[in-house]
Write a protein that binds this ligand. Structure first.
Ligand SMILES: [Zn+2]
Length: 60
């Protein structure tokens, strides 16, 4: 697991999440620890490093 820092798409606070780098790629929903809005997190890994990361707001 790696801790990854990024900006919340709702409150623009800098938050971090633990990323499982043993998985090739994953998309899931996790709530922001500051504003509690659901963030769609998608990422890919390469050689146990995060090669791509995106955090998007959920469309209504
Ligand atoms: Zn937030």
């Amino acid at each position: 697991m790696k801790e990854y820092f990024f900006t919340c798409p709702y409150c623009w606070d800098k938050i971090s999440m633990l990323i499982d780098v043993s998985v090739d790629s994953q998309i899931y929903i996790e709530d922001c620890e500051t504003c509690c809005n659901p963030i769609e997190v998608s990422y890919s890994t390469l050689n146990n490093e995060i090669s791509y990361f995106e955090a998007n707001s959920i469309e209504q």
